[in-house]
Write a protein that binds this ligand. Structure first.
Ligand code: ASP
Ligand code: SER
Ligand code: ZN
Length: 414
């Protein structure tokens, strides 16, 4: 009988420490200084230049994050009182997400007066008795409507879409290209929520990318860099607008443009709140791998970075008896995370460019696979060789103006 992980799993911190040693040993045998340097070596620039590139992009968006943070903090203070400081970090447990990484679950607490679009996709999907496979079909439909071929029969036969009743599986969503040809699959446990509606678009983005470059030589069958892979499905999902939901029969009437601000705020709670989180995860790991953060400081350094980048604080005192990074899937799973930061920036750059050009250019980039340095792949789609966060700022410009009005006279930053 299954007794739960706690019955068989030893504490994770000593295992993680050992994993760091072994990972570094392997990286050194491959000629890298440590695992972090190996991870940073995949961006067509010297590994030491990559963190500066991440910082450059973060500094472009940071003023928008500060505005959002200040607005949310003030709203949470109205609701919860002194537990939320007027000018300090936000307690991390109030943001509606286990890791305080995306904040859209608290949208109802912060919704702008008179600009709430007034629909809830989760409620609509549930009311329509949408089934897990229907969500996958909606996702596939978006891609086929752009001219991509439908997913193969084996995708539907071999993927894992729902949580099995009889065994434990890793439900964390992922997408697979099993035979480097047509056998693409996803593995996830779909729940009928707006969040999983986006997750499915995200995973299918991986599968359609995998199929687009399957004519490349073996070593080039990958995305231009790992941020590109993570960005494709999300780029598509940015077009899941009320107009689109109406088109596919999920929404009866489209809210008028006076409600755009609410939509933007909702998106910002997902996409802007996520950026400093996605940045700090690998800032932490890079320093762990290099030894700058020694094992005795794992947890302390984690919360220092959470404070510095996200402006969040733990709700109760943490010590080195805790190992909070271990609760984030990608950390024990040995999955680099900087890719999600890049994807958050790139998806807006792709989306803006796609609004100007169309499907042919997207396919030209995908079909290049890994055959060219990523700046060339980026250029094939966007006409730009550098990653550029002005797209994400353009997208949120009306919200930024409004946040600054809301914040006027109030402290911003911490
Ligand atoms: N969406 C999940 C996450 O990013 C898994 C994935 O990357 O496909 O962790
Ligand atoms: N899928 C990644 C995560 O769950 C990035 O959004 O953290
Ligand atoms: Zn992904």
């Amino acid at each position: 009988m299954w007794r739960g992980w706690h019955a068989i799993a030893p504490p994770i911190r000593p295992l993680f420490r050992r994993y760091v040693e072994l990972g570094n040993k392997g990286a050194r045998e491959l000629g890298f200084r440590d695992t972090g340097a190996m991870w940073r070596s995949k961006y067509d620039m010297p590994p030491e230049a990559f963190p500066a590139e991440m910082d450059r992009l973060w500094n472009q968006v940071r003023p928008l994050y500060l505005s959002l943070h200040a607005y949310v903090r003030a709203k949470l203070r109205e609701k919860y009182g002194d537990v939320v400081p007027a000018s300090g970090p936000i307690p991390a447990h109030l943001l509606g997400n286990m890791w305080a990484q995306e904040w859209e679950n608290i949208y109802p607490l912060v919704a702008p007066k008179d600009a709430d679009p007034g629909y809830d996709l989760t409620a609509i999907l549930k009311a329509k008795h949408t089934q897990p496979l229907d969500i996958v079909r909606y996702g596939e439909h978006f891609f086929t409507s752009l001219g991509f071929a439908p997913l193969p029969k084996t995708f539907w036969e071999r993927s894992l879409f729902v949580k099995p009743r009889d065994r434990e599986v890793v439900c964390h969503a992922s997408a697979w290209d099993v035979d480097q040809a047509d056998d693409v699959r996803i593995k996830t446990c779909i729940e009928i929520t707006a969040e999983d509606f986006s997750t499915i678009h995200h995973e299918l983005g991986h599968n359609f990318y995998q199929r687009a470059y399957d004519q490349q030589p073996f070593l080039f069958r990958d995305s231009a860099n790992d941020g590109f892979h993570e960005a494709i499905g999300d780029t598509i999902a940015l077009s899941v607008t009320p107009e689109y939901l109406q088109k596919i029969g999920l929404l009866e009437s489209v809210p008028d443009s006076s409600k755009d601000l609410g939509l933007l705020l909702h998106k910002a709670l997902e996409k802007i709140a996520f950026l400093p989180f996605a940045l700090m995860i690998d800032k932490w790991r890079w320093q762990v791998f290099s030894g700058e953060i020694p094992p005795e400081k794992y947890n302390e350094a984690w919360w220092q970075l959470r404070l510095k980048y996200q402006g969040v604080a733990p709700p109760v005192e943490r010590t080195e008896a805790d190992f909070d990074p271990g609760a984030k899937y990608h950390v024990p799973a040995n999955m680099p995370y900087a890719r999600y930061f890049l994807a958050d920036i790139l998806q807006f750059q792709f989306h803006r460019a796609l609004a100007q050009v169309a499907g042919d250019r997207l396919n030209a980039m995908l079909a290049m696979g890994l055959s060219e340095p990523w700046p060339r792949a980026l250029e094939a789609l966007t006409g730009q060789k550098e990653m550029d966060a002005t797209a994400i700022l353009d997208y949120f410009a009306p919200l930024k103006r409004w946040l600054d009005e809301q914040n006027s006279g109030k402290p911003v930053g911490w």
